[in-house]
Design a protein around this ligand. Sequence first.
Ligand code: SF4
Length: 104
Amino acid sequence: MKHSNRRVFLMQVAAAGSALTAAGAAQAQAPLVNEKDPQAMALGYAADSSKVDAKKFPKHAATQLCSNCTLYTGKAGDAAGPCGIFPGKQVAAKGWCSAYVKKG
Ligand code: SF4
């Protein structure tokens, strides 16, 4: 009996370990910001900078992209990366929001 309890315990440890590994992988591949998220809506975030409403955001320019924004910490060439405004999420490299600050 003792033996089988130990076996169950070891199996649980193994299962917990793989769950943690999965969580780690999920963090590396954080989900993309959804344009419909309340925070994204409030900032006028668009996954495609060319689709930003020019009437709503007259200061927006097509050359402004998350990939050239100060708050973007993704790697050059990646399709998406982290942004300080959306912790735990990724923004599209070609995205934009009204908090855009040109990388200096
Ligand atoms: S703050 Fe910059 S990187 Fe973040 S979503 Fe807005 S434009 Fe993109």
